[in-house]
Design a binder for this molecule. Structure first.
Ligand code: ADP
Ligand code: MG
Length: 388
């Protein structure tokens, strides 16, 4: 039972700065849904303990006799279908919250195929984080500093930025002399209590890309980015805006946390679709998921050169990949046999993100280990399924 063992997650911080691991990869398995149960689909994912899982892949031999191929994986934490959203928060975001006041730029990603539970997992997290941030703001040590909490919410769709709290206005990025990224015109709101945060989140979600094909269909092709920023108001009312993004509206940025509901990972494979628009979007998603993996790996490797320029997503997150940063990746997986291929792809992606960050992290999946973890994956030409 993964829930019972959650407290052990707190223990494995590897003695890193602030006692919080710089990169954490967590997997969350959702329960079988009604349709899958009605189809009598098998649940092929088992979670023997709180940091490993096994995928039992149904296969056929050439003579058509059935057999099962087992794929075992280890991560920082594996959350099974009985784990609540509150427990997810405590295992992922909660330990990072205090570091936001120590100039940390934190990022929490939800990765996985459409329908695997990314939005279900991601939606409550900023609300819980805001609750804790607001409480900390009012503690004696911070109260005198007059810190304030700010919120923004935008979407990357087909390589373009849209303000989800500003009538979906198209936004552009600007880089200053110090290579700091600023999103021109992005609406930011000061939020003093959790109820207001809730209202902004609902407003932003309602503004996400929805086409005639239905909300989940369209939102699965976009990345939604919600940021909570702690700022210290300027002493003098009119500050000099010396092109420093840290001197933003509302004062100097102390730290921040970004919550990212990524596009469906299977969308990166839509590169051979008959529809031109779908193909372009698929290539863009593929590029961003590849670049994201490379940036997190570079970060963990303390590499000086971080390949931000690989995609719009990583460019936007540029300031979260330098200096004092924390990254949590929550890989969401579906348990049904029909999703087996996507599930294995998601776990391999997560495994590659993780493979450099903990030398003791043994990779048991034989087929995955055929590819050396140091392979320069960015060199692989963009094509179907490369995001994995
Ligand atoms: P995604 O955003 O990855 O496309 P969703 O978060 O929309 O997937 O989840 C698909 C469906 O499964 C939703 O109806 C959601 O409520 C349900 N679901 C996802 N994860 C869980 C979970 N852990 N427990 C219960 N229901 C879940
Ligand atoms: Mg979703």
């Amino acid at each position: 039972d993964a829930a019972a063992g959650l407290s052990t997650i707190e223990k494995e911080n590897n003695g890193r700065e602030n006692n919080v691991a710089k990169i954490k990869v967590v997997v969350r398995k959702r329960p079988l849904n009604k349709k899958e149960v009605a189809r009598k689909e098998d649940d092929i994912v088992t979670v023997p303990d709180n940091d490993s899982l096994t995928v039992h892949e149904p296969k056929l031999k050439v003579d058509l006799t059935a057999y099962v191929e087992k794929h075992e994986f280890c991560f920082d934490a594996v959350l099974d279908e009985f784990v609540t959203n509150d427990q997810v928060y405590r295992a992922t975001v909660e330990p990072i919250i205090p570091t936001i006041f120590q100039r940390t730029k934190a990022t929490c990603f939800a990765y996985g195929q459409t329908g695997s539970g990314k939005t279900h997992t991601m939606q409550p997290l900023p609300l819980r984080a805001a609750e804790d941030l607001v409480r900390l703001l009012h503690q004696p040590i911070y109260r005198n500093q007059k810190f304030k909490l700010w919120l923004s919410f935008f979407e990357i769709y087909g390589g373009k930025l849209f303000d989800l709290l500003g009538d979906r206005r198209k936004l552009c990025m600007r880089e200053d002399g110090r290579q700091q990224v600023c999103i021109v015109g992005l609406q930011e709101f000061e939020v003093s209590d959790v109820q207001i945060v809730k209202e902004y989140i609902e407003r932003g979600n309602a503004a996400r890309s929805t086409g005639s094909t239905g909300a989940n269909e369209e939102s699965s092709r976009s990345h939604a980015i919600l940021q909570l920023v702690v700022k210290k108001p300027n002493e003098v009312k009119e500050s000099r805006r010396n092109n420093d993004v840290n001197e933003s509206k509302g004062g100097k940025v102390v730290g921040k946390i970004s919550f990212i509901d990524l596009a469906g990972s299977e969308r990166g494979a839509d590169t051979t679709d008959n529809d031109r628009q779908t193909r372009i979007e698929g290539a863009e998603i593929n590029k961003s998921l590849l670049a994201l993996k490379e940036c997190i790996r570079a970060l963990d490797n303390d590499q000086i050169h971080i390949p931000f320029r690989g995609s719009k997503l990583t460019e936007v997150l540029r300031d979260s990949f330098v200096g004092n940063s924390r990254t949590v990746m929550i890989s969401c997986i579906s348990p049904n046999a029909g999703s087996c291929e996507h599930t294995i792809n998601t776990l391999r992606y997560a495994d590659r993100v993780k493979s450099l960050s903990k030398s003791g992290n043994t990779k048991k999946d034989q087929s995955a280990s055929l590819i050396p973890s140091s392979a320069p994956t960015l060199a692989v030409p963009a094509g179907a399924g490369d995001a994995y």
